[in-house]
Design a protein around this ligand. Structure first.
Ligand code: F6P
Length: 495
């Protein structure tokens, strides 16, 4: 129940021995993976087959970290060459910014980048930035703007100088309302300070749809491409991560992608009983479908990984939060659990009580790091001790005459430990979860790469926004929403 994965000079321990899985169940789960043909589906995905059937697309995030010179074809075109052309462009641009060859419009060096994006165009780069900046000093600071709440962008802009700031507008589709609204505010901020002509110079776009960019005041030469075969929540290995190449250097991002690649190879080659994504994926199915556990807590014992629960929320819930199979049949089992969490030890003083003694059993994934990022080694050991103690207390509990003090135990967890938090181990950790989610989707028969469930809300928000602007709710809207709109209009601020 324990697998060790080598990543360059480092390693990752995946310990699933505190799951409620014995040898017999493990063999049954291996049989379930064989029955669901997970290995065939994995090979199909890695080779560029159309696995996103509803959108008739490959899902080739693994091609983004394939070695230069390798070959993966989509419609007869070797995508690895295209991937490396963009990687080279990112490397060149990041060097130019970091070495001062690319200067702001007034001739000043770039000190800050704002990444404007949401969902996969925000959560991945934000996780990478917050994780790596604990061990590597970013030469250029990165701020993240995602929410359409103008408080978010206003707060970020207030702390920055337009003359030394580069704005990266990250949107695979380049049609996400929140991102475009925030980009307009940031571009106005640049124009007010530096003049209209400077806006294009200070703005970069990351998107599939270069044609849409021209109307946004961004130069065609400042577009870094992605491809429709990269899902948003699987895009951290794409140009979406350009802000981190600028912050830490392209060599650091190469190491990050190298770690992802190491996990891809592990997933592709290891037999089931030594394959970490296969084992964790099947254990997730066991907990959700066979034991009915409705939620999954992610508790990193590392401040550096504080954004991991939010990242995994999108990865897992947007991928597998579905009730029909790839063929449109109603699922006969439960699919994705609710994913949530927070950092240890804070979690112990907030929600761990429920996990130890509540009426619901919540499987936990603990993530820790062996090597401290500070010189406070004793305190770091205390942090790790707490993580190990929590998993043991959950698993084994303790008896007591007073029922209020009795700890039931038998509560499952997995513990993942990185020997050190490096760009490579971080990449491997993220790729591990990408593959776990894929494995689960395969067993459930789900298409993990579409997200039709988010569309209706977007459309309705558009309609309600028009009604709010006109001051008249549509008569065909439901009574609750009409009341909310009217109440809002009575109290809202006006331009
Ligand atoms: O609304 C869902 C979603 O499409 C996510 O899947 C995606 O990561 C996010 O919106 C942002 O999309 P885009 O990168 O196209 O702006």
């Amino acid at each position: 129940m324990t697998v060790e994965v080598e990543i360059d000079d480092h390693s990752m321990l995946v310990d699933a021995s505190k799951q409620t899985v014995d040898k017999e169940v493990f063999c049954e789960l291996a049989g379930l993976a064989a029955w669901a043909k997970v290995a065939d589906a994995r090979d199909a995905m890695l080779s560029g087959a159309i696995v996103n059937t509803s959108e008739v697309q490959s899902a080739l995030h693994t091609a983004l970290r394939a070695p230069r010179g390798s070959r993966i074809e989509v419609n007869g075109v070797n995508v690895v060459d295209d991937v490396w052309a963009v990687r080279d462009a990112i490397t060149g641009f990041a060097h130019d910014v970091r070495d001062g060859r690319f200067l702001g419009a007034t001739g000043k060096r770039i000190t800050d980048v704002i990444n404007i994006g949401i969902g996969g165009s925000d959560l991945g780069p934000a996780l990478v930035y917050s994780a790596l900046s604990t061990t590597i000093d970013p030469q250029v600071r990165v701020s993240f703007v995602s929410n359409v709440d103008p408080t978010n962008v206003t707060r970020v802009l207030a702390g920055l100088d337009p003359a030394t700031t580069l704005v990266v507008v990250c949107s695979k589709s380049f049609s996400t309302a929140e991102t475009l609204a925030n980009a307009r505010i940031a571009q106005r901020w640049l124009a007010d300070a530096l003049g209209d002509a400077a806006v294009a110079h200070h703005t970069v776009a990351v998107t599939v749809d270069a044609a849409k960019v021209s109307s946004s005041g961004i130069a065609a030469s400042r577009v870094l491409s992605m491809w429709s075969w990269v899902g948003g929540r699987y895009s951290v290995s794409s140009a979406v991560n350009v802000c981190n190449a600028i912050a830490f250097g392209a060599d650091v991002i190469d190491q990050f992608l190298g770690g992802m690649r190491a996990m891809d190879e592990h997933f592709a080659r290891e037999p089931f009983e030594r394959n970490a994504p296969m084992i964790l994926g099947l254990i997730g199915v066991w907990n959700r479908s066979l034991l009915g556990r409705g939620s999954h807590a992610v508790v990193p014992y590392a401040d550096a990984l504080g954004l991991l629960p939010s990242y995994l929320q999108q990865l897992e819930m947007e991928s597998n939060g579905k009730a029909v199979t790839r063929d449109g049949e109603r699922l006969s089992t439960e699919s994705s659990p609710v994913v949530w969490g927070g950092v240890g030890t804070n979690a112990q003083h907030a929600f761990m009580q429920l996990l130890h003694q509540g009426t619901s059993v919540v499987p936990v994934t603990f993530v820790g790091v062996a090597r401290s990022t500070t010189t406070h080694h004793a305190e770091h050991a205390a942090l790790v001790a707490n993580m190990i103690a929590q998993s043991a207390a959950l698993a084994f509990g303790s008896s007591h005459d007073d029922p209020a003090r009795a700890m039931p135990g038998n509560r499952p967890s997995t513990t993942i430990v990185l020997s050190a938090l490096t760009p490579g181990t971080l990449g491997a950790l993220i790729a591990l979860f990408e593959h776990v989610v894929f494995v689960q989707g395969c067993v459930w028969g789900i298409n993990s790469f579409d997200q039709w469930g988010v569309e209706l809300g977007k459309k309705m928000a558009h309609e309600v926004a028009a009604e709010l602007a006109s001051g008249v709710p549509s008569a065909s809207r439901d009574a609750s929403s009409i009341q909310l709109q009217k109440w809002y209009l009575r109290h809202a601020s006006r331009a």
